[in-house]
Design a protein around this ligand. Structure first.
Ligand SMILES: Cc1ncc(COP(=O)(O)O)c(C=O)c1O
Length: 374
C-alpha cells in the first residue's frame, strides 16, 4: 500500500493513531554509522540484509554509508530494492521453480543479481533460463557451516557445484556463502567466538579446497548482527550480511559485544484501551502487530508493569514486584511504547514506518517488501 505521508509530518509521535511502528531516526542513523565504521577497520565489507527493514530508502542509507550492496532472503525483497535503484543484490537463499527462476532472470537485466545455490539441478535450471534470455546470473555456492539448514558440505560437494557453475553458459561463479545462524544469538561472547571460528572454518576449508583445484573464490559471504565483529574479522571473509543491527531488539540487546554497540531504534506505539482491574492494563497491540517467538515484548521506560500475554489484538500488562497498582498511572487513552523482541518479524506485520526525531514525525515510509515472502 502507498501511504500519503503529508497528514502525519510534524505531528507529535503521541498524536499518531495506534498501533504504529516507530523508528527513532537518530538512533537508526547512529546504528548505520557504527556498523559502517567497523567495516573500515577490516578486509570484509558490509552487505546488509533487507529482510530486517524491507524498505529501499533504508538500503540506500546503508549503501551511502559504505555498504557494497544488499542481501535479500526472497525474490520479493530483491524486486522491491532493485525497482528502487539498488544494483548489487545477493539473494542469500535458493531460488527454485520455473516461475521464480523467470523472475530472477528478469531481475538480472536490471541489476548485478547474485544467488545462492546448493543443488545441481537448480544450477542447470537457472543456467538454461539465463541462456534463453541472454543474461548472466552470478552465483555463490552455499556451504553448510553447521546450522544444518541449506548448503552443500565443504570440500568435494562444494567443488563439484562450483565447477558445474563455471562450465554453465550464462552463469558466473563468484564464490562461497555460509551462514552461521546457529551461533548469532549466543549471549556469551567467548562461547560465540569459539562457535563462529569452528563454523566458518568449514567455509575457509571449502575455499582452500576449491583453490587447490584451480577454482578462484572471489567472494566469501556470511555473518549476521551477532557475529559481525567476529566473522567480519576473519581475513578470508569478504562480506557480512548483518541485518538486525539497524533496529536491534530486546533479544540482540542481550548479546554480549553487540548489544552495547547499537541502540534499539524500533518500537511499537500502543494505546491503553482498558483497565478492567487495578492490576490489569490492556493495550491495543497484540500478535497481529508484535512478534513473540523470541519472548513477549515489554514496554519501554515504564517501571512496575510487565506484558504477560498477547492475543490477536490485545496485549495484557500486569503490575509486578513491590509496585502497588495505584503507582501505575495508566488509564484508557494513554500511549506507551513497546520494544520488540524480534525486529524482523515485527516489521513484517506493518504497512509503514513513522520516522521520529525529537518526538516529532519527520517521515513516513512504506514497508515495500512487507509480506513479500514469495
Ligand atoms: C542468510 C542470512 N544471512 C544473514 C542473516 C543475519 O541477520 P541478522 O543480522 O538479523 O541476525 C540471516 C538471518 O536470518 C540470514 O538468514
Amino acid at each position: 500500500m502507498n501511504t500519503t505521508s503529508e497528514p502525519f509530518i510534524g505531528m507529535q509521535k503521541t498524536e499518531l493513531d495506534t498501533p504504529a511502528l516507530l523508528i527513532d531516526l537518530d538512533k537508526m542513523e547512529a546504528n548505520i554509522q557504527t556498523m559502517a565504521d567497523y567495516f573500515t577497520t577490516v578486509n570484509a565489507m558490509l552487505r546488509p540484509h533487507v529482510k530486517t527493514h524491507k524498505t529501499p530508502i533504508i538500503s540506500h542509507k546503508q549503501i551511502a554509508a559504505g555498504a557494497i550492496g544488499v542481501t535479500c532472503a526472497k525474490l520479493g525483497e530483491a524486486e522491491a530494492v532493485i525497482h528502487a535503484g539498488v544494483r548489487d543484490v545477493l539473494i542469500a537463499n535458493q531460488v527454485v521453480g520455473s516461475h521464480k527462476i523467470a523472475r530472477l532472470i528478469n531481475l538480472a537485466r536490471h541489476s548485478e543479481i547474485m544467488v545462492a545455490v546448493d543443488n545441481p539441478q537448480n544450477v542447470r535450471d537457472i543456467s538454461e533460463a539465463a541462456a534463453a534470455k541472454g543474461v548472466t546470473v552470478r552465483m555463490l555456492v552455499e556451504v553448510n557451516v553447521g546450522m544444518n539448514r541449506c548448503g552443500v558440505e565443504s570440500g568435494k560437494p562444494a567443488l563439484e557445484l562450483a565447477k558445474q557453475i563455471r562450465q554453465s553458459p550464462n552463469l558466473k561463479f563468484e564464490g562461497l556463502m555460509g551462514y552461521e545462524g546457529h551461533t548469532v544469538a549466543k549471549p556469551d561472547l567467548k562461547e560465540r567466538e569459539a562457535n563462529v571460528q569452528e563454523a566458518m572454518q568449514h567455509l575457509i576449508d571449502a575455499k582452500h579446497y576449491l583453490e587447490k583445484h584451480g577454482v578462484e573464490v572471489s567472494i566469501m559471504s556470511g555473518g549476521g548482527t551477532g557475529t559481525f565483529n567476529i566473522t567480519g574479522g576473519i581475513p578470508e571473509m569478504t562480506e557480512v550480511q548483518a541485518g538486525s543491527y539497524i533496529f536491534m531488539d530486546a533479544t540482540y540487546r542481550n548479546v554480549e559485544g553487540v548489544g552495547e554497540q547499537f541502540d534499539c531504534s524500533l518500537s511499537v506505539l500502543a494505546t491503553v484501551v482498558s483497565r478492567p482491574a487495578p492490576d490489569r492494563i490492556i493495550v491495543d497491540t497484540g500478535l497481529k502487530v508484535l512478534a513473540k517467538e523470541f519472548g513477549i515484548p515489554q514496554p519501554i521506560g515504564i517501571t512496575g508493569v510487565e506484558m504477560t500475554g498477547l492475543s490477536e489484538e490485545h496485549g495484557t500488562l500486569k503490575s509486578v514486584g513491590q509496585v502497588s497498582d495505584a503507582d501505575v498511572p495508566l488509564t484508557p487513552g494513554d500511549k506507551i511504547e513497546i520494544l520488540p523482541t524480534h525486529c524482523c518479524t515485527t516489521v513484517n506485520l506493518h504497512d509503514r514506518y513513522y520516522g521520529i526525531r525529537n518526538g516529532i514525525v519527520e517521515s513516513v515510509w512504506d514497508i515495500a517488501a512487507r509480506g513479500k515472502s514469495q
